[in-house]
Design a protein around this ligand. Structure first.
Ligand SMILES: NC(=O)c1ccc[n+]([C@@H]2O[C@H](COP(=O)([O-])OP(=O)(O)OC[C@H]3O[C@@H](n4cnc5c(N)ncnc54)[C@H](OP(=O)(O)O)[C@@H]3O)[C@@H](O)[C@H]2O)c1
Length: 270
């Protein structure tokens, strides 16, 4: 699982150690210096003009706020954003969903980007350990995740892994919620998400994963934020566990990082 999807205490410790300059431990990627050309952020040179605006109506290229876009955002339904980490070949974890081998890619530069642009996607206990509990939410005020993803926190004894958000967990088996901040959605998941999207809020909804819930909600997804790690898995858990159904998205922004990670944002073509 990505650092932003479910930062377990173990992950936070590894991250802090990595940021403190500790060498790799067994199972981590070797700590060789990358070639110089890889140390700088990648410049996007493709044919698609990156002129989109972010959620705040700010141009993703110039940073200037477009009042028209701001207005459009304020009158639109809020978005369901699938914010996910994956391999080059589109897997979000090993065949069982475990993505712990990806953690070392969350280096200081990427973590800096995530904490400045998406601080609310870092679980509450991770924020505490990173000393950023006070950062206000920037993009999301609500999280939706599948029961299997929520289980990762429960196994650590954490019943409200995103206490700074309104938490919804899809499950037909969990029954009563183990935490007052967590609402279990057993029936009509898509309908519940549509109701959340219709709420009057300046913030969007963070779809955390995993594959099953993303498949179940695929028709409701308005935006994808995909953190692609420079690794090929060959097999594993796909981004969506659902039937073949090509759906077009438009590239809205792209940012490369020195370690080869690329974060792309796509909006759904309506
Ligand atoms: N790479 C990343 O960024 C990332 C992010 C998130 C998760 N992950 C990985 O994804 C893995 C889990 O993914 P997963 O696909 O196995 O499971 P999941 O999507 O997290 O959860 C599946 C469960 O959600 C419930 N569910 C699904 N559809 C539903 C519906 N329509 N209505 C009600 N409940 C519904 C069911 O719970 P019940 O069985 O209780 O009914 C189902 O078993 C984890 O191992 C995690 O590491 C990776």
């Amino acid at each position: 699982m990505a650092v932003t999807a479910a930062l377990t205490p173990l992950m936070v410790t590894s991250l802090l150690l990595a940021m403190a300059g500790r060498g790799p431990s067994p199972g981590e990627r070797p700590g060789r210096d990358p070639p110089a050309r890889m140390r700088n952020p990648v410049t996007y040179l493709g044919p698609v003009p990156i002129t989109a605006c972010d959620h705040y109506g700010r141009s993703t290229t110039t940073g200037v706020v477009h009042s028209e876009c701001r207005l459009r955002e304020e009158t639109a339904l809020r978005k369901l954003t699938y914010f996910i980490a994956c391999s080059i070949d589109g897997f979000i974890g090993d065949p069982e969903g475990d993505a712990s081998y990806m953690y070392p890619f969350v280096d200081e530069e990427l973590l800096g980007h995530l904490t400045s642009e998406y601080p609310e996607t870092i679980p509450t206990h991770g924020r505490r350990q990173l000393g950023i509990d006070d950062l206000p939410n920037k993009r999301f005020d609500t999280i939706v995740q599948g029961r299997a993803s929520y289980d990762l926190a429960l196994k650590e004894g954490i019943t409200s892994p995103y206490a700074h958000l309104r938490e919804y967990v899809a499950s037909r088996t969990l029954g009563e919620s183990p935490d007052p901040n967590v609402e279990i959605v057993a029936d009509d998941l898509a309908g519940r998400v549509r109701a959340l999207k219709a709420e009057d809020s300046a913030y969007d909804i963070y779809l955390c994963g995993g594959a099953q819930i993303a498949g179940a909600l695929a028709d409701e997804i308005d935006e994808l934020v995909i953190k692609t790690y420079p690794v090929v898995q060959r097999s594993g858990m796909p981004m969506f566990a659902s039937a073949f159904s090509p759906t077009e998205f438009t590239l809205e922004s792209l940012r490369g990082f020195g370690n080869g990670v690329v974060v792309r944002t796509y909006g759904r073509k309506h």
